[in-house]
Design a protein around this ligand. Sequence first.
Ligand code: C2E
Ligand code: CA
Ligand code: CA
Length: 562
Amino acid sequence: MVINPSLDTPLILSVFSDNYVMPLKLFAITLTMSGTIIMLAALHPAVQLWKAHRTGRQRNAWRILLVLMVLFVMAYGIFLAALATHNVTMVDLVVSALMFGGSCFVILVLRISLMSIKDIKKAAELERYNALHDQLTGLPNRVLLYESMLQAIAHGKRRHTPVALMIMDLNQFKEVNDTLGHHCGDKLLRALVPRLRDAVRACDIIARLGGDEFAIVLGETDKEGAITVAERIVQSLEEPLSVDGYDLQTGVSIGIALYPADGNDCNTLIKKAEIAMYAAKKSSNHFEVYKPSQNIHSLDRLNKTRKLHDAIVNGLLSLHFQPIVDLRSGQVSCFEVLTRWTDEELGPVPPDEFIPIAEQSGLIKQLTLWMLDESMRQCRHWLTFNPGLHLSVNMTAQDLQDSYLIRNIADTLAKHGFNARQLHIEITESNMMTHSRHSRRMISQLHELGVSLSIDDFGTGFSSLAYLKQLPTQAIKIDKSFVRDIASDSSDEIIVRSVIDIAHNMGQVVIAEGIEEPECLERLLALGCDYGQGFLFSRPIPAHEVLTWLRERGELVRQAAV
Ligand code: C2E
Ligand code: CA
Ligand code: CA
C-alpha cells in the first residue's frame, strides 16, 4: 500500500482502495478497544500501589495517576465512539496505535513498580524475621520473646488470667560441644526443638536466648499448669536424642516464674525465672517454681554468675601457681593450680566466693576443663627446663559427678603430651564424702588412668579412717588451720602428728599447707611431714613468673630465656 505524502490533501483512507477502508477501520477500533481494556486492567495495580502507600507524597502521586487513568479510559471511550461513527483517517490510525502503546506502557510500568514494591516488602519481612529469630533453630530470639511476653501479659491483664514463664538450660551441653564438636552441639539444639514443641501448646512461645538457654511463655497458665508442662519437658528429654549416630541424653534445669504473682513486667519475670532455674540446678531437681526465699542475695549472685559465665567463655580467668616443696630436699616438686578472677567492675573476686557460685550454677565443669587445659599448656613449657615438675589441680564433687570427666582429662593429657603420672587431683575431704558411690567409681577410674589423688583440707571434714582406707588416694593435705600455729599450739601439733602417723601407716604421703613461718617448717620436718606449701616458700604466682622464680632458686635443669 502507498500512503499519499501530500500535506495539502487530508490524509483520508478513502484515497486507498475501498477494499482497505473497512479492515483498517476495524483495525483502529480493535487497537483502541485493546488499549481501553489494558488501561482498565492497569487500574488494578494502580489501586494496589495507591493502597500500598498509606501516607505522604507518594500516596498523593498514585492518586493523581489513578484519576488520570480514569480520565484516559473516558477519553478512549469517546475516541472509540468517534471511530465507530466516522470515516477513519490516517491520524485516527496513528492515535489509536499510540493509545494502545500508551496503555501497554502504563500497565508495564505499574506492574514493574508493584513487583519492586513486593520485593522490597519481602526483603524487609526477611530482615525482620532474621532480627527476631535465632538463625540456628529458627525459634524466636530474645527480642521477640519480649514482644510475646508483653502481649501475653497484656492479654492476662485484660482477662485476669496468669502467664507462666519458663527459663531452661541443658545440663550437659558444654560436654557435648567439647567432646563431639560444635556442629554436634548445634544439631543437638536443633533436635531438641521438636521435643519442646510437642511438650507445649501450639500457641505457646518457645524462644532461644542464646547458647543452651531457652525460654517458654505459657499464656493463661497457672503454677500447676506450668509444673505439668515442665514435667512433660523433663520426661520428653529422658529419651536420648539421636545426633550423628550418637544417642545423646541431656538433662535440663527449668525455672518458672508467674505473672502476676512474681511480677508484672518482662525483666522481673525473666530474672525470677532465672533465679528459680539456678535453684533447680543447685537442688538437682529438674525444675523449680520461683520462691522469694531463693532470692536472698540472688540478684547480686545472678549478676556474678552472669559475669563469671562471660569470664569463662571469653577466657578472662587466669591461673596462679603455688609451689609444693619436698621438705627433706627443699626442692620444688609440684605446683598447685589456683584460679583467679578479676572483674572490671567487681575487682578481684576470691576463689572461695566464685568457686561455690560456679558449683551452684553448673559452670564448674566448664571452669575445670579450662583450668586443666590452660595449666597443662603452661606446665608443658616449664617441663623443658625442669622435667620433674608435677601439677596439682583442685576439683569438686560436681566434677566427679561428670561422666565425661575421665575422657576430658585423657584428651587434655594427650593434647599437651602430658604424663598422667605428673598430674594430681585434690579433692576436699567433704567433697569426697558426698555422692560416695559414684565418686568412688570415678576416683578408681582416675587411678587407672594414672592420675593420683590427694585429700585436700584434711581435718576439716568428718572422714572415718575406715573410709579413707578404701580410697585409692596417694596423699593427704593437712588443712592450714592446723598447720599455721603448730609451733605454738600443742593441740594442733598433736593432731598433725597423728595425721602424719596414720597417713604413713596407710602408705600415703603428707602435704602440709599454710606454712608461713620457719618455726612451723622446723616442727613439720621433725614430725616427718613429706611436702609443704605456704607463703614461707611462695605465695601463688602468675604463670609468667614461674620460670623466673624457679631460676632464682636454682631449680632449672636447662636455662630458660626468662
Ligand atoms: P585450697 O585448695 O586449700 O588452696 C590453698 C589456698 O590456701 C589458696 O587460697 C592459697 O592461696 C592459700 N594459701 C596457700 N598458702 C598459704 C599460707 O601460707 N597461708 C595462708 N593463709 N593461705 C595460704 P586461694 O587461692 O584463695 O584458694 C582458695 C580455695 O579456692 C582453694 O583452697 C581451692 O579450694 C579453691 N580453688 C582455687 N582455684 C580452684 C580451681 O581452679 N578449682 C577448684 N575446684 N577450686 C579452686
Ligand atoms: Ca587445694
Ligand atoms: Ca587446701
